[in-house]
Ligand binder design. Structure first.
Ligand code: ATP
Ligand code: MG
Length: 384
């Protein structure tokens, strides 16, 4: 009898012919998530078994597993042989000391000499005899003992299912570049795309010397928190201070934000191409601020040809905050910081800028030279 963690996968089931590929990505991700923790990972039909792990680190293992996308549920349990005595010994070990209970058996081995019902009633009967505090209640039991008779001569016993993170294995849906600020929204946007199987790299714009190193440190910390889900992480930073100065000096003040965002998107597209990312990801939500109107979105989309994914577009701030709290980025996001967007913030930003006016104002700037200069400020950090 051996302690194991049973890991069941989610939507990967649905992928028909691609299933082999999805399973490969998934197992690579499980290994990445468990890096540095002793374990063995075995695939059995429809699930993985984690064995030979350091039991004193079980909490750490479970905490890391809870962030791996593609995991439907997991259970700490016991793996044993498939004789009735062995199954009973395992059932006894996971059964509660007292209270109402039932036994639920799943039998993958259809050739096994007893049916699921027979196994449940035999094991339930033995438990009742040996644990006087137990009482059967098949409808609303306080506890359930789950048994799973596998095809390979083994059986599993466990008493609970933990919900996994769901979604698709990261890496099974290509790569995207997340424009990450120090705010609440963009980390949530990155999380949601990673959940749908996208590998995510991070791009942050700062305005040194107007913003200081603490802004960068904060984004590094957010990227690190997200890397628990994305499993790898590269953060690239670019300095847009001179772009902001030039916009401020030469262009209509109400267009400051609009123009800066067009620069950000152009720069992001260049970085995405360099990093083989297939799309940009932002934390924009319709109507949240002046630049996030449909006109604002149109004006930034107009300067790039890569798709821009905005997974939060229909979310209320409260919903976004709810997710940020759940995934553990909220506390860091609300620490005070200087965002480059707030430097030179106009008093009345245009909410419905006309493209012809934007282009006229942008014509006052040497766009290629400013892009070149910002790209030359590139710094890269490996997040792990
Ligand atoms: P967030 O909470 O993500 O900062 P926000 O509500 O403050 O978003 P904006 O500041 O308008 O909204 O930014 C919209 C999106 O643009 C952000 O979600 C992010 O994807 C991107 N963005 C904004 N500032 C930066 C920055 N300094 N570096 C990289 N991306 C940025
Ligand atoms: Mg912001």
């Amino acid at each position: 009898m051996e302690k194991v963690i049973i890991i069941r996968y989610a939507e990967i089931h649905l992928k028909g012919k691609n299933r082999g590929y999805f399973e490969h990505v998934f197992s690579v991700n499980l290994e990445r998530a468990l890096k540095g923790l002793r374990h063995e990972l075995h695939r059995t039909s429809g699930r993985y078994l984690l064995a030979k792990f350091d039991e004193s680190r079980t909490d750490e293992i479970l905490s890391r597993l809870s962030r791996v996308f593609g995991v439907h549920s997991y259970s700490v349990g016991l793996c044993t042989g498939n004789s009735m005595d062995e199954i009973y010994e395992a059932a006894l070990a996971v059964a509660p000391a007292a209270g109402t209970f039932k036994v639920v058996t799943h039998r993958a081995d259809k050739k096994y000499s007893m049916t699921s019902m027979e196994i449940s009633s035999e094991i339930g009967g033995r438990l009742l005899k040996d644990r006087k505090g137990l009482k059967v209640d098949v409808h609303t039991p306080q506890h359930t003992v789950y048994l799973d008779v596998r095809e390979n001569g083994t059986a599993l016993a466990f008493s609970a299912f933990e919900h996994g993170a769901g979604g698709m294995p990261v890496g099974s849906s290509g790569k995207g570049l997340l424009l990450i600020s120090g705010g609440i929204d963009s980390p949530v946007a990155g999380y949601l795309m990673a959940k749908r199987g996208m590998s995510v790299e991070f791009l942050h714009f700062h305005s040194y010397p107007y913003t200081n190193d603490s802004a960068k440190e904060k984004v590094k910390e957010l990227a690190k928190l997200l890397s628990g889900y994305t499993l790898t992480g590269k953060l690239i930073t670019l300095n847009v201070a001179h772009i902001q100065e030039e916009i401020h000096r030469r262009c209509a003040p109400e267009l400051n934000v609009t123009l800066l965002r067009r620069f950000m998107f152009r720069l992001a597209e260049k970085i995405a191409e360099d990093r083989s990312a297939k799309c940009l990801i932002t934390g924009e939500s319709l109507g949240q601020v002046a630049s996030q109107t449909i006109e604002g979105i149109t004006s930034s989309n107009a300067v790039v040809s890569l798709p821009v994914l905005r997974p939060l577009i229909g979310f209320d701030k409260e919903e976004i905050i709810g997710i940020a709290k759940k995934i553990g980025t909220f506390e860091t996001s609300v620490l005070p910081f200087e965002d480059c967007c707030t430097v030179f913030l106009p008093e009345f930003p245009a909410t419905r800028p006309k493209l012809s006016f934007i282009e006229e104002e942008e014509g006052k700037l040497d766009v290629p030279a400013l892009l070149e200069e910002a790209l030359s400020s590139r710094e890269e950090f490996l997040i792990s």
